[in-house]
Design a protein around this ligand. Structure first.
Ligand code: ADP
Length: 593
């Protein structure tokens, strides 16, 4: 299962529906948008007012030398300009306010959707793509409403300026306004092209982030294999593709405004020629002509901004297509649990003919049947790829089987409330993930009620207390990128302490293999013993001590349980076990304490 760049359903969605979907998010801010529009209309009228003032300024002050006009007109000019500035400021602030609020709400909603997706969606390169959607695409949508308002505003400004133009010289206006519409053709043409380029650009951006993410998380492998150059070339190739797309997009934008400028220049040339003729013939005054020209020149700005607004709307639609493609996709459901609370003590977990295949078709578990009773300690062994990890991942329902049943205390796993189910299972795996939080908060992660005493006791039982108190701020030391770095063994012991605080009856362990040196491995092993004490446990075993100490050993092969029993029995009855034993454990007898 994967998240396509655009799902099939969304590709068919027309711009209007998408736009309506975007606008729904702006609805709660309708009051600020309303006032933004009011201020916008005022600003548009101010623009026209300034153009209109050119006529009395020229005719009264410069030609008729009227002293009263000399006082009034500059004052009016200043007042209108000031009003223009204030209304613009208010309009822009209110518009940005609604846009930023929508950005916040949408990001929260996207994050909420993404964090609830079942585990299978987080595999591989999807992470970069998800990041790009939450960060970039949502930001594009934010611009949709301001762009629409901008569109309306420019139209209002245009209409009022057009009023001035017609009022001052109706005959000339006819000529000028015939030329203007020509400027709209490039707007439409380039707008379409920009939308296509923007979509491709965002997809490429997602690819680049995925690649970066892959390199950063796999940096050890890159270094170990000395493939820095190879990876650099791979990145460079993607990066160059992104560059080419961005340049195309820049070119389309620039062409759009250049063509419009050219059309504008031709229009103004014609106007000066005809208008000049009228003034020379005495059919019009210089004031009326310059007011006309001022209004006409001022029309250039809104037309240009119309193109920018159009571009923003196209970008927003391209972003909306991807954002809502993810938000509204019914296939991308949330994890669903039942309503049963897991309140009674754990008694039995049973797999009945469970079959599970990954989305790529790999069958990982094949008619697997097995059961574990309270208090048992089970070790799982098997060659790599036998399905051990998949098997334990079905227990907290990270994945659900396609066939067969998993019963917990006699009820299907799917009947249980997910949170309730997972609260009763502790998983300690090889990659001990710690958050960028304090040591104490990492230990009580997910257990809101855990106090200092519990955290300390857990740390002691996990043999972590000593190294924690040796750190600069003890339990308050922040771990991770911005805090201290820990050794592999120390990290493991913190995750063991976390499992101890969680105090779940069912424990699933994926034993660390060679990541630890034998000294810290011994400490981790002792911490694990403390953790397993009095708990039912399933351990993917890599140590001889674990298999010897287990009540039962499951030998897995090709998604099935090939044999089960105690160590000595299996040595006799299962050739696979005997082989595994010789290969994996034969030379590590010193592990047994
Ligand atoms: P083990 O833990 O015993 O090494 P796994 O449970 O990891 O085995 O894998 C069982 C089989 O499922 C293998 O064939 C493996 O390639 C496949 N597999 C594991 N994880 C995935 C995945 N996320 N997507 C597709 N196939 C997978």
């Amino acid at each position: 299962m994967s998240i396509s760049p655009q799902t099939e359903a969304m590709r068919k969605t027309d711009s209007f529906t998408l736009f309506k979907r975007c606008l729904r998010y702006f609805l709660p801010y309708k009051l600020s948008i309303f006032f933004a529009v009011v201020f916008m209309i005022l600003a548009g009228l101010c623009d026209a007012g300034i153009a209109w003032l050119v006529k009395p300024a020229l005719d009264e002050i410069f030609i008729n030398k009227n002293a009263a006009a000399l006082k009034l007109i500059p004052l009016a000019f200043m007042l209108i300009t000031a009003l223009n500035a204030v209304t613009r400021l208010l309009q822009n602030y209110l518009m940005q306010y609604s846009g930023l609020k929508v950005l916040e709400v949408l990001r929260d909603e996207m994050y909420g959707k993404v964090i609830m997706l079942p585990l299978r969606f987080y595999e591989g390169t999807q992470v970069g793509m998800l990041m790009s959607r939450i960060i970039n695409d949502v930001a594009l949508i934010r611009a949709s409403m301001p762009a629409l308002v901008m569109l309306v505003r420019q139209v209002i400004t245009l209409i009022s300026l057009m009023g001035v133009v017609i009022y001052q010289n109706a005959a000339l206006a006819f000529w000028a306004l015939v030329v203007l519409p020509l400027a709209f053709f490039p707007v439409v043409y380039f707008g379409r092209r920009m939308r296509k380029l923007s979509r491709k650009g965002q997809e490429k951006m997602g690819d680049v982030s995925s690649l970066l993410q892959e390199m950063l998380s796999g940096i050890r492998v890159v270094k170990a294999f000395g493939t820095e150059e190879q990876e650099r070339i791979r990145f460079d190739k993607e990066n160059k593709r992104l560059l080419r797309l961005s340049l195309k997009s820049v070119l389309a934008g620039e062409f759009s405004s250049s063509v419009m400028e050219l059309v504008g220049a031709v229009g103004i040339g014609i106007v000066i020629w005809i208008g000049g003729m009228q003034v020379i013939e005495g059919t019009s005054t210089p004031g009326a002509f310059f007011s006309f020209v001022a209004a006409l020149v001022m029309m250039y700005d809104p037309v240009k901004k119309l193109s920018a607004a159009n571009l923003n709307i196209q970008n927003a639609l391209a972003g909306a297509e991807r954002v809502f493609g993810l938000l509204d996709d019914p296939v991308l459901g949330v994890e669903k649990g039942g309503s049963r609370e897991f309140s009674q003590p754990f008694s039995e977990l049973r797999f009945e003919k469970v079959r599970f295949a990954y989305s790529d078709g790999t069958t990982a578990l094949d008619e697997l049947s097995f059961s574990i009773k309270a208090g048992e300690r089970i070790a799982v062994v098997g060659p790599s790829g036998a399905g051990k990890t998949t098997f334990v991942n079905l227990i907290p329902r990270f994945y659900d089987p396609q066939e067969g049943r998993i019963l917990l205390n006699g009820h299907s796993l799917t009947d249980y409330d997910l949170a309730s189910l997972r609260s009763k299972i502790s998983m300690v795996s090889q990659d001990s993930f710690l958050f960028n939080l304090s040591v104490a908060d990492n230990i009580r992660y997910g257990i809101a009620g855990a106090g200092e005493k519990e955290v300390r006791e857990a740390a002691q039982a996990a043999f972590a207390h000593e190294f924690i108190t040796a750190m600069p701020e003890g339990y308050n030391t922040v771990i991770g990128e911005r805090g201290v770095k820990l050794s592999g063994g120390q990290r493991q012991r913190l995750t063991i302490a976390r499992a101890l605080v969680k105090n779940a009856p069912l424990l699933i362990l994926d034993e660390a293999t060679s990541a630890l040196d034998s000294e810290s491995e011994r400490v981790v092993q002792r911490a694990l013993e403390n953790l397993m004490h009095n708990r039912t446990s399933i351990v993917i075993a890599h140590r001889l001590s674990t298999i010897i100490g287990a009540d039962r050993i499951l030998v897995m092969e090709k998604g099935k349980i090939a044999a089960q029993g105690r160590h000595e029995e299996l040595l006799q009855s299962s050739p696979l076990y005997a082989k595994l034993y010789a290969m994996q454990f034969g030379e590590t007898k010193d592990d047994v304490r």
